[in-house]
Design a protein around this ligand. Structure first.
Ligand SMILES: [Ca+2]
Ligand SMILES: [Ca+2]
Length: 329
């Protein structure tokens, strides 16, 4: 006979993944949900150029925000005034970068279909012949401005577009769960230097992988073998993968979690001493760790540890009626 718990368990695991998560109305803990627009928003507080801002939103699985209408503009303005009133203006996901004078949203809508409130007559004015990106100031008015200037910005995710990686408890579907470690990993195949790789993992709510033991090293070795690797031109280190340890502070090798590294995992038991060919951590394709110059570009591995959805607690959460709130932990 099926017990009640068992039945609930079956129901929970036969609803489509994304549907279950959409009902919870949770995307990421750093995003704020607005019921009226059925979407999640995040005000980014590290200033970026317009192009970099666009990339960050994409990496977070979201869209570079622009207001669809006055109501949405007002909602974001009120969140902005409440949380970060010292910010005077921010980028919107609208530009005329492709064709001068033809402003479009990052997802291809004409500016006529969305919110604008030009701050003065004659705006947009393409001042100096070099203003292609739109800003919103805290009074709600819009203007064209120089795209290379760094400023704040907002990313938006509609609930309808939300998908969920249940094993890894995160929206990124390309993370792979490891039974060996109980954590999730993604091998990135766009070569970056160690610091850039570190930042990308952070954007994905992860960190450069910390290899704690041989089992985990073996899993990562399997991951490097099973991941398709594009043939790329340009200078980067092939066959190495940035991971989460370093000697950048010259205090000895340590993980990015400030814990000692596993000394058994050095390639051929070789432990570099002093400034010997680099102060950053990588691993070979076989999972053994090596040091590398921090400026060297290579593939890299991010790790996400906040997993563990296959627990009775999740059944309980899903089985209860939703009572609002927007976050589930
Ligand atoms: Ca322009
Ligand atoms: Ca202007």
């Amino acid at each position: 006979m099926l017990s009640k718990t068992c039945l609930l368990f079956l129901i929970v695991y036969f609803v489509p993944d994304s549907y279950g998560q959409r009902a919870k109305k949770f995307f990421r803990k750093d995003y704020h949900y607005f019921e009226a627009f059925d979407s999640f928003y995040k005000i980014h507080l590290i200033p970026k150029s317009w192009s970099d801002a666009k990339q960050v939103c994409t990496l977070e699985g979201a869209t570079f925000f622009y207001p669809e209408n006055t109501d949405e503009a007002n909602a974001v303005l009120s969140l902005w005034k409440k949380t970060t009133p010292s910010i005077k203006w921010l980028w919107l996901g609208i530009s005329d970068i492709l064709v001068e004078g033809v402003f479009e949203t990052v997802d291809g809508k004409s500016i006529d279909e969305v919110y604008t409130k030009w701050f003065d007559q004659g705006i947009p004015d393409n001042y100096g012949g070099n203003e292609d990106c739109l800003i919103l100031d805290i009074k709600g008015t819009t203007n064209d401005y120089v795209c290379d200037v760094k400023s704040y910005f907002v990313c938006k995710k509609s609930r309808q577009s939300l998908e969920w990686n249940h094993q890894c408890n995160m929206p990124n579907l390309d993370y792979i769960y490891s039974q060996e470690s109980g954590k999730c990993y993604k091998l990135h195949t766009s070569p970056l230097n160690w610091t850039e790789a570190y930042a990308i993992c952070q954007v994905e709510q992860s960190y450069l992988a910390v290899i704690t033991n041989h089992r985990e090293a073996d899993f990562l070795a399997k991951l490097t073998m099973s991941t398709p690797k594009p043939r790329l031109k340009g200078k980067y280190s092939r066959g190495t993968y940035h991971v989460g340890f370093h000697n950048k502070l010259n205090e000895g090798w340590q993980t990015i979690k400030n814990t000692p590294i596993n000394e058994d995992l050095w390639f051929e038991n070789y432990q570099p001493v002093g400034n010997d060919n680099g102060e950053c951590g990588s691993m070979f394709f076989d999972g053994r760790q090596i040091n590398i110059d921090c400026g060297t570009k290579s593939f890299f591995i991010c790790e996400h540890a906040e997993v563990g959805l296959i627990e009775p607690t999740d059944v309980r959460l899903t089985a209860q009626p939703y009572v609002g709130g927007g976050v589930d932990k």
